[in-house]
Design a protein. Sequence first.
Length: 143
Amino acid sequence: MTKVMATGVFDILHLGHIDYLKQSRALGEELIVVVATDLNAQKSGKKLVFSENARREMVSNLKMVDEAVVGNHGDIFRTVEILKPDIITLGFDQRFDEKQIEDECAKRNIHVKVVRCKRFESQDPVGTRMIKKRIIELEGIRA
């Protein structure tokens, strides 16, 4: 059975997230989603709406997801060591290098394939920043 691990912040769920998780699920029989900790997301400059536990709960209730966990806020590869996926998927815009992930995993005796998923195209706002901007426009709020 091929175990796929998808990662992300998943703060405001949108169609881009759904497409990313569908692409991830299509690569294996089991999909485990690792939700970024609040601390890691904030270190990346994210201003979160939902807590890590709320984000994990939302993702865990999507039908294509078998399990959702909150990642490790120190060593992000610790979660990979625990879950032992066959494949790690990255969203099209995630700032990780596939080769670096594979190399770091190999150092830890974890042999994974890293796959970058394709961008989701839509007429609707896709992406948390775009959704926040659209809400501000609709509500007439000045940022």
